[in-house]
Design a protein around this ligand. Structure first.
Ligand SMILES: C[S@@+](CC[C@H](N)C(=O)[O-])C[C@H]1O[C@@H](n2cnc3c(N)ncnc32)[C@H](O)[C@@H]1O
Length: 227
């Protein structure tokens, strides 16, 4: 928690501090909140779940194939799995233990019959899924990548997008110093940085608009010369 905020913006400092305490309490008291906190704050988890399909529903149909890159515990994945046809959801994740939690969530939600593919990928530069996707959804994932991993990620996306496919990803646009979340960085980069990495992998990158409270930006990546 940054104490300089206490003097520059006491209201925001208080809101952030209250949220942090509420989150700690929730994680202490509730096993579900402990699971949920593997992918972000337990406070606001439900809203962060719901907003994902709500957003995607503007574009996706049940017959589309979607890859949830960095699917975590299926916070966003469960409603998407429910929406898509059987076998059309693929989730990939770097942390094996988190994927185990995802499998239990799937059982709890009685959604195993939708036959989603949950795949552990320890290194995206070696990941091969064996099919192309209409959509790749990377919710709060690119922000947790080093520049080298981001490069592998956009290479992976370029190889796995259908010719008209789209990758949507929320990012932090700015020049702030990286901080950390669990074993990952929290990255702030310029739009030009994302465009340059994308173009190395035959992808266009465009800004779609603000994401949620406007602290983040939604980017869309598509193959050059698509169609
Ligand atoms: C903030 S969580 C978001 C999870 C999920 N997308 C959601 O919004 O509910 C970020 C997830 O991305 C995963 N991740 C980070 N780097 C990754 C990589 N290189 N390949 C695959 N998954 C990655 C993390 O393990 C974590 O589960």
């Amino acid at each position: 928690m940054k104490f300089d905020l206490l003097f520059s913006n006491p209201g925001l400092f208080l809101r952030k501090a209250t949220r942090r305490v509420a989150n700690h309490l929730l994680v202490l008291l509730s096993p579900a909140a402990r699971r949920h906190s593997e992918v972000g704050p337990a406070v606001g988890w439900k809203e962060t779940r719901e907003v994902q399909l709500e957003y995607l529903k503007k574009f996706i149909r049940p017959e589309h194939y979607l890859l949830d890159l960095g699917c975590g515990t299926l916070r966003g994945g469960i409603p998407i799995i429910r929406f898509l046809q059987e076998g059309h959801y693929y989730g990939i994740e770097v942390r094996d233990n988190v994927l185990e939690i995802a499998r239990k969530e799937l059982q709890n939600e009685k959604l195993e019959h939708k036959n989603p593919k949950l795949i552990h990928v320890s290194d995206l530069s070696k990941g091969k899924i064996g099919r192309k996707f209409d959509f790749i959804w990377a919710h709060s994932v690119l922000i947790h990548m080093t520049d080298e991993i981001l490069d592998s990620c956009l290479c992976f996306a370029s190889e796995h997008l259908d010719s008209l496919g789209r990758l949507y990803a929320n990012v932090n646009i700015g020049e702030k110093k990286d901080s950390t979340w669990k074993e990952f960085p929290i990255a702030f980069r310029s739009l030009q940085f994302y465009s340059e990495v994308a173009s190395r992998h035959d992808l266009n990158c465009e800004e779609v608009g603000p994401w949620r409270n406007g602290e983040q930006t939604m980017l869309l990546f598509q193959l050059h010369g698509r169609g």
